[in-house]
Design a protein around this ligand. Structure first.
Ligand code: ASP
Length: 438
């Protein structure tokens, strides 16, 4: 059975188990203490899985990006690739939010909604960093400190400058480059090992979500939920297919090969935690060169959030309507601008979309408490929008790679390229130089 099928089955079982727990055992002390609650079975299994993914991110980005940069023939490629990627991230985000605003205002969602329920729930959201602060934080004052705290833009910066230095350090540089590329292979094997346990990790994460997620919260804001979900699907199918057509690539192949990555993104609700899987899919399944994938994917996981922008657009219109607050054309432009900036300033971790939403609300003069109206259904939407965020990162990476002639079309068109084969932990007799991927 292939990995995606296993993960899908475990998701289904998790949904059934979680819903049963939610309906019948939510108040049971034993179930709360040992299964659903903090340090219960689901919590321990799910958190261990997410941590196992997260522990791979910094070493993987560091080794893979240094290798990619050191191996580049011409450093001008780096600037050009970065420029194209950032431009496409922004364009796709603007398209996403424009869809969201059009749908939400067209459907007039939130009109007549009783906003007074918002006072019942207390919302506390931290401020997101300002754009200037984001720029300052890119340069580390302590390399190891930034790596330890997982500041992704700083890790990308460090890796790029070390990669450039290696390329200019002659023979000593090549020795280090070889060593780092060997280390990269080892980390890739580690990713494969973590993927072996994905069906169990995903089970714990989803079972916990479903067990905790009361379904009554959906009823009053079903319109909001369905609008966000609908626009996410529209963007997923429409925009991504559109840019693939423009790049003369078959979008169906892309979407099929993203299956595992999407399942990981959905279950973890974190673009960052999914990063190792996205990188494997881009390089091994889709044929993107290491130098492009190792640069554009981590950048995208940090600054590109199409799905989050969609939630923000719909949420802003919904809350404005619920509070009877008129939005004018300039407000729509502010929402678009803020969403793009907000996604650059915040990392791809669960729930961060709400932090960014608070920034958007403040800019257009909506009360931040309005977030309480939608918070109940946010976890499920977070899972869905993370899948869109991650797909957007990979889509831009493939298209940029194609434009730079760094996409291996034989790999892209081969349905079996890089299909996942589990590592047999009972034997060391496998080929260390080649790892099969997601
Ligand atoms: N969870 C999302 C991500 O990691 C961000 C968000 O919308 O909260 O991409």
């Amino acid at each position: 059975m292939n990995l995606s099928v296993k993960i899908l089955i475990s998701m289904l079982i998790a949904a059934v188990v979680g819903i049963i727990m939610n309906k019948f055992f939510l108040d049971n002390e034993f179930v709360q203490a040992y299964i659903i609650g903090q340090y219960g079975f689901f919590d321990v299994g799910g958190t261990m899985f997410i941590k196992a993914l997260k522990m791979l991110v910094v070493p993987l980005v560091f080794c893979s990006l240094i290798g990619g940069i050191a191996g580049m023939d011409d450093m001008k490629t780096l600037g050009r690739t970065g420029g194209k990627a950032v431009a496409m991230f922004m364009i796709t985000t603007v398209i996403a939010i424009a869809f969201a605003l059009t749908a939400a205002s067209g459907l007039e969602i939130g009109k007549g909604f009783d906003a007074s329920v918002a006072n019942v729930v207390e919302v506390s959201v931290n401020d997101a960093p300002s754009f200037g602060q984001v720029l300052i934080n890119i340069i580390p004052s302590n390399i190891l400190g930034e790596m330890a705290s997982g500041n992704m833009l700083a890790v990308i910066f460090i890796s790029i400058v070390i990669g450039i230095s290696i390329a200019h350090s002659g023979e000593e540089g090549s020795r280090i480059a070889k060593w780092i590329s060997d280390l990269n292979e080892v980390i890739m094997s580690l990713v494969n090992i973590v993927m072996n346990v994905a069906p169990y990790g995903v089970f714990c994460l989803l079972a916990k979500t479903f067990a905790e997620q009361g379904f009554d919260v959906f009823e009053p804001i079903l319109g909001y939920f369905l609008t966000v979900a609908g626009v996410l699907i529209l963007h997923y199918v429409g925009t991504f297919s559109g840019i693939f057509f423009l790049a003369r690539l078959n979008p169906i192949i892309f979407l099929k090969k993203m299956k595992n990555t999407i399942l990981f993104a959905f279950s973890t609700a974190s673009s960052n935690a999914t990063l190792p899987i996205t990188m494997l899919a881009a390089e091994e399944r889709l044929g993107v060169s290491n130098s492009i994938a190792s640069f554009v994917i981590p950048l995208g996981a940090t600054i590109n959030m199409n799905g989050t922008a969609i939630m923000q657009g719909v949420a802003t219109v919904f809350v404005a309507n619920a509070y009877g607050h008129d939005l004018f054309f300039v407000d729509y432009l502010t929402i678009i601008g803020m969403s793009v900036l907000a996604s650059i300033g915040t990392a791809g971790v669960p729930g961060v979309g709400l932090v960014m939403l608070a920034m958007v609300f403040t800019q257009v003069g909506l009360p931040v408490e309005g977030i309480a109206l939608i918070i109940g259904v946010d976890r499920l939407l977070d899972m869905m929008r993370t899948a869109v965020n991650v797909t957007g990162d990979a889509a831009v990476t493939v298209v940029v790679a194609k434009s730079e002639k760094q996409l291996d079309m034989d790999v892209y068109n081969d349905p079996d390229a890089g299909t996942y084969e589990p590592i047999d932990l009972s034997s060391h007799e496998h080929d260390h130089g080649h790892i099969d991927k997601a």
